[in-house]
Design a protein around this ligand. Sequence first.
Ligand SMILES: *[C@@H]1O[C@H](CO)[C@@H](O)[C@H](O)[C@H]1NC(C)=O
Length: 296
Amino acid sequence: MSTAIINGHQASTDDYTKHVFGAYDSTRAEQVEDESKTCGKILIVLSWIVVVLTMPFSLMVCFKVVQEYERAVIFRLGRLLSGGAKGPGIFFILPCIDAYARVDLRTRTYDIPPQEVLTKDSVTVSVDAVVYYRVSNATVSIANVENAHHSTRLLAQTTLRNIMGQRPLHEILSERESISQHMKALLDEATDSWGINVERVEIKDVRLPVQLQRAMAAEAEASREARAKVIAAEGEQKASRALREASEVIGDSPAALQLRYLQTLTKISHGKSSTILFPVPLNMMSLFMGRTKEKE
Ligand SMILES: *[C@@H]1O[C@H](CO)[C@@H](O)[C@H](O)[C@H]1NC(C)=O
């Protein structure tokens, strides 16, 4: 500001300050970078000196071990150490200036608690699922997200709700496999930037409200009953047709009726021994039959 007034160019003050401060900013940033680098180097050297001076004891602090399934992400003075995550086995850290985080690479199971979801056709169902996931890139899972596991779990819950909300009930009940696949793809894509790999999603249970269960059961029962009635009616139709054919055959020859009569008699005599049979000659029957015919 003072320079501008001295030069007498009041109008260009703003441009001037912008220009000056812009240049100042970039040079200042470079300076800070350089300073922190040299400062860091000094600290690293100091740390090495401390390690060497306190030799046998410092080794206890400097060597760390991670298990076969773990990795260590090391930060030196706040910066990620180049070369990615260390491990498995022994790795080396400098006291005071290194910080490290252990990351477990094993597959984890998350049991999504039952979610009350409104389906596309406005039915409330309770759905639960299991998600299997693991850390695929330890560095990214520490550096990009505050808590990769918690984030993945929350995302799994909301994804489950979203997917169920987009589908009608009959699809949810019949297409679990494809819904699981779809959900896995969505989750995997979203968690990529957190270094998480979703291996599997399984929909465990879809619970319907009790009233709807009753209604569906009643519907199924009614349809079964209707089918049973149709089958019975068809059977009766066939039976009556067969009876008519039989009566025509019998009516063609009187001897056939006589034989049938005798057959019936033998059948009855095979049954209860206490039944008393009194055979009536068929001619008497024909008397009645003749009478009915006359009436007609
Ligand atoms: C993890 O991600 C970082 C950054 O994207 C990458 O440089 C590194 O190679 C990855 N490590 C593995 C094991 O994939």
